[in-house]
Design a protein around this ligand. Structure first.
Ligand code: S3P
Length: 436
């Protein structure tokens, strides 16, 4: 059993220096998946060695893929080819990772053998019908538990056919799951998004030599091709950088440089929103690395003001709202978020859990069905519960810069799913944080 840990944060201090946060989680998952399904060798550098990505890696190892590493972000995958995976002995455990489970469902729907996908207590409560329905329309046979929850039992040996699917929710996981199944389907698979979502799957597939067409909101590919092994340099994760962007914005005197952060325009909602709030953020040395735009980001402390968050930014900042709510708690005036009901089905109900935690620290935070209203004020000392949600744990840790006294954040073990080494890195650049 994983032992639970808590963080204790002392207020004061500032963020300074240069730092590189760990590799992008979305790109790391996809690198492992596509490298495993490719022909020949794929060499990955900058891989996130977080538990979520290790779950994906473990699944491919269990299906016979030979992998060397990971070692300090380096991974060498000897691809099995699209049809070279072997039947795993046991159920594949996706741990805490919704991305792993939903994308793997697409991959496994196309295999000749049966599989079962399981997850931890949080993942076991998350909705899977959003991938099971459209995959079923492609010919996949997938059983779920009651209410479309995991485990997923996927029947092998089905003939998949391409479909044209209009996604009801803006979800990169649904899009990616269908595109991955589409590699195994007869004819063309087309997915239409209601709003732009992260396009790493499309970019990476093209890098593996696979033809993917994007026309406005429609993304399509034809089954029956092959992926060719390649090199991938994973940029630092903007979703991990987000905690430090907010921390440096709120901690007086901060001046921090975040190195080689992915700034794919489908991920930069957090920069847009913080800038609207008055943050002092500068992108330097913008360049492209392995098909993904990256930059160094300089962030300095600034007075923030509350805003109405534009709804078109929601899918572009979908993982960064817990950190943004901390910025809102410190800002002058009210911040209003709407159109963000998806936050309720993440690793926790992020609207409810953040509202509760903010109230615990003396902030006026009111839930709405699809968002939150946060009135900026003085954060008080206190204890908050992250409910095992990595991003909520790190958000309240960063809030500790400006609270009136110490903050204890409970249940922080899952920070290792996306940001291994968070405590050491945050302490190195100026946060008084320790594990208790
Ligand atoms: C992800 C997509 C997003 C995001 C998740 C990672 C991905 O989920 O919240 O952390 O890698 O495709 P949704 O597709 O459910 O919005």
């Amino acid at each position: 059993m994983n032992k639970s840990i808590d963080y204790l944060i002392q207020p004061g201090g500032k963020l300074t220096g240069r730092v590189r946060v760990p590799g992008d989680k979305s790109i790391s998952h996809r690198s492992v998946m596509l490298g495993s399904l490719a022909e020949g060798e794929t060499r990955v550098t900058g891989l996130l060695e977080g538990e979520d990505v290790l779950s994906t890696l473990g699944a491919f190892r269990a299906m016979g893929v030979r992998v060397a590493g990971p070692d300090q972000g380096n991974l060498v995958i000897h691809g099995a080819g699209l049809h070279g995976l072997k039947s795993p002995k046991n159920a594949l455990d996706m741990g805490n990772s919704g991305t792993a489970m939903r994308l793997m469902a697409g991959v496994l729907a196309g295999q000749v053998f049966d599989t079962e996908l399981i997850g931890d207590a949080s993942l076991s409560q998350r909705p899977m019908q959003r991938v099971v329905d459209p995959l079923g329309r492609m010919g996949a046979k997938i059983q779920t538990d009651e209410g479309g929850r995991p485990p997923l039992r996927i029947k092998g040996g089905q003939k998949l056919r391409g479909i044209s699917y209009q996604m009801p929710v803006a979800s990169a996981q649904v899009k990616s799951s269908l595109l991955l199944a589409g590699l195994y389907a007869a004819g063309e698979t087309t997915v239409t998004e209601p709003a732009p979502t992260r396009d790493h799957t499309e970019r990476l597939l093209r890098g593996f030599g696979y033809d993917v067409q994007t026309q406005g909101a429609r993304i399509s590919l034809r089954g029956g091709g092959a992926l060719k092994g390649r090199r991938i340099d994973v940029p630092a994760d903007i979703s991990s950088a987000a905690f430090l962007l907010v921390g440096a914005s709120i901690a007086p005197g901060s001046d921090l440089m975040l190195e080689q952060v992915g700034i794919n325009p489908t991920r930069t909602g957090v920069l847009n929103i913080l800038k609207l709030m008055g943050a002092n953020i500068e992108l330097l040395n913008a360049r492209e690395v392995g098909g993904e735009p990256v930059a160094d980001i300089r962030v300095r402390a600034a007075g923030l003001r509350g805003i109405r968050i534009p709804e078109d930014q929601v899918p572009l900042a979908v993982d960064e709202f817990p950190a943004i709510f901390i910025a809102a708690a410190v800002a002058s005036g009210e911040t209003v978020l709407s159109g963000a009901q998806e936050l309720r089905v993440k690793e926790s109900d992020r609207i409810a859990v953040m509202a509760r935690g903010l109230k615990q620290l003396g902030i006026d935070a009111r839930e709405t069905p699809d968002g939150i209203i946060v009135r900026g004020g003085r954060l008080q000392a206190g204890t908050v519960d992250s409910h095992g949600d990595h991003r909520i744990a790190m958000s309240f840790a960063i809030a500790g810069f400006v609270t009136s006294g110490p903050v204890t954040v409970r249940d922080c073990k899952n920070v290792d799913t996306s940001f291994p080494g968070f405590v050491n890195l945050a302490a190195k650049v100026g946060l008084s944080i320790r594990v208790i």
